[in-house]
Design a protein around this ligand. Structure first.
Ligand SMILES: [Zn+2]
Length: 501
């Protein structure tokens, strides 16, 4: 395992599984204090050795700094060009005060939240030296009794509110949540989800209760864990945020995203006035959780990560019983056709370089075509013993969560090595820089699916129909979802008769 990981990482160690904390360098020690009214944050940063440069990830962070001083002689430290101007010879310790309330006002998340809970990304307040290799910061939060903290960083047990901040792809700005909100730890195969359900400022009176929200997340994460028997990240941060007014009519989960910044976080924006069944039928969370089955792929190859998530979202919802298998194939077919019609003059790499605005469907679906082709090829050539699920399970074993950004070819080469046979890279070479769209139509025919009018029909005798059935085969999750939906109905009735929300 070590050998394979070292090879895959091109000389760098991975953050989990292989990293031995005892061998790593001493971490920097940060103590973060927040007052009861969440107006101010005071940070004491003790560095493991003298540092000469300290920055924050956001260019706006300087606006919220009230005071910065050297711990030892209390001399002030000034800012220039987003950097703290540390004394010549470096600094071992500093303390600084952040206008937390002003930073919270700058975050769009907080527009739909009650004042008792705020989201303020560490990008706005975590001033730190660059982290190389295994460097880390241990952050301890001192918060008044009754206030909670949620960050995506690895927890340092058993100390409460202590975390290990490590190098990461920094794909976007992670959320940090402070205040009074509903926090739960939800167990799914191979993982404990650290779920924070944030409170909205405008109660509708018809809110889906917390148990139902947690049930939905557990069910969805369990579906994803069943791809290869465990959830891809052992302890991700999940933040459930009330959707703002613009998104109130857009279904149960109008928006979600994965952020890899110091750890892996999933933000899900929800409309809690929707019934539990609408949450169970919504694909957003399945899509976002599926992203965690791959490392962070460079924006230039975003079509790979979006495509794999599109493929899995449909396949997993069929396996869970949410979609009839034929409906899932129909959705895949329609998506692939939309991708085929989107910017046919561009290759997937070119479309991605030009951005989402024009080639969105090409970016979302060309990778799904390749995921499907790879899955079928693996199953066909191995007589069903090797699958895309299995190869991604091996990827998780060796390499996830990953602390860095991967290129598309690097990922595909790794998948080939893990599969033990070249399947992915040949597809990449054939399609990534070729105008048009992977031709999946003959494959659908071999899977026993024929186009009939606007829909797909099953054709008896497709030579690969057994593979079609294996890909979308139900696994009993449908029964679990049905029970959950029934429980949700019962608890809503009980809540209704008791006169509470
Ligand atoms: Zn996505």
């Amino acid at each position: 395992m070590q050998t394979i990981c070292r090879f895959l990482a091109r000389g760098t160690l991975f953050s989990l599984g292989v990293l031995n904390l005892a061998q790593a360098g001493e971490p920097h020690q940060y103590r973060v204090s927040i007052d009861e009214s969440m107006q101010r944050m005071v940070v004491e940063a003790r560095f493991s050795s003298s540092v000469d440069t300290v920055t924050a990830r956001s260019r706006d962070a300087g606006e919220f700094l009230i005071d910065v001083r050297d711990c030892d002689d209390a001399s002030p430290i000034r800012l220039r060009n987003q950097r703290m101007m540390l004394p010549a010879g470096g600094l071992r310790c500093m303390n600084y005060t952040v206008d937390l309330a002003a930073a919270a006002r700058s975050e769009v998340h907080n527009r739909s939240l009650a004042a008792e809970n705020i989201v303020v990304s560490p990008a706005l307040w975590l001033w730190r030296p660059a982290l190389d290799g295994d460097d880390a910061i241990h952050v301890h939060f001192d918060v008044p009794t009754g206030l909670k903290v949620s960050v995506p960083w690895r927890r340092l047990d058993p100390a409460p509110n202590s975390y290990r901040f490590e190098r990461s792809p920094e794909s976007s700005d992670a959320p940090a949540v402070f205040g009074k909100f509903d926090y739960s730890e939800i167990e799914v195969p191979g993982a404990i989800l650290r779920v924070s359900v944030l409170r909205t400022g405008n109660e509708t009176g018809h809110e889906l209760n917390l148990a139902s929200i947690n049930g939905w997340l557990q069910s969805t994460a369990t579906d994803v864990s069943l791809a290869y028997g465990r959830f891809p990240n052992p302890s991700p941060q999940v933040v459930v945020i009330p959707a703002d007014d613009q998104r109130r009519s857009a279904g149960a989960v109008p928006f979600g995203r994965v952020i890899r910044d110091g750890g892996e976080a999933i933000e899900l924006f929800v409309n809690r006035d929707q019934p539990l069944q609408a949450f169970l039928d919504d694909w957003t969370a399945t899509h976002e959780f599926s992203h965690l089955m791959l490392p962070y792929v460079a924006p230039a190859h975003r079509w790979v990560s979006e495509g794999f998530a599109q493929y899995y979202q449909n396949v997993l919802l069929a396996r869970s019983g949410t979609y009839e298998p034929l409906d899932a194939w129909q959705k895949l077919y329609e998506g692939l056709e939309r991708g085929r019609q989107s910017r046919p003059e561009l290759s997937p790499n070119e479309a991605t370089a030009r951005g989402m605005r024009n080639g969105r469907m090409k970016i979302y679906w060309s990778g799904a075509a390749i995921a499907l082709m790879a899955d079928v090829t693996l199953r066909e050539s191995s007589g069903g013993t090797m699958t895309l699920d299995g190869v991604l399970g091996r990827l998780q074993d060796c390499c996830l969560p990953s602390d860095r950004t991967w290129s598309g070819p690097e990922l595909f080469e790794t998948l080939d090595m893990l599969a033990g046979t070249p399947v992915f890279m040949p597809l990449y070479k054939r399609y990534a820089d070729t105008a048009g769209f992977p031709d999946t139509r003959p494959l659908f025919d071999r899977l026993g699916l024929v186009v009939s009018g606007n829909g797909l029909k099953v054709r008896r005798g497709g030579e690969l129909q057994h593979i079609r059935m294996a890909i979308t085969e139900a696994d009993g999750a449908g029964v679990r979802r049905e029970q959950l939906a029934k429980r949700g109905q019962a608890s809503r009735k009980a809540a209704g008769s008791a006169g509470s929300r």
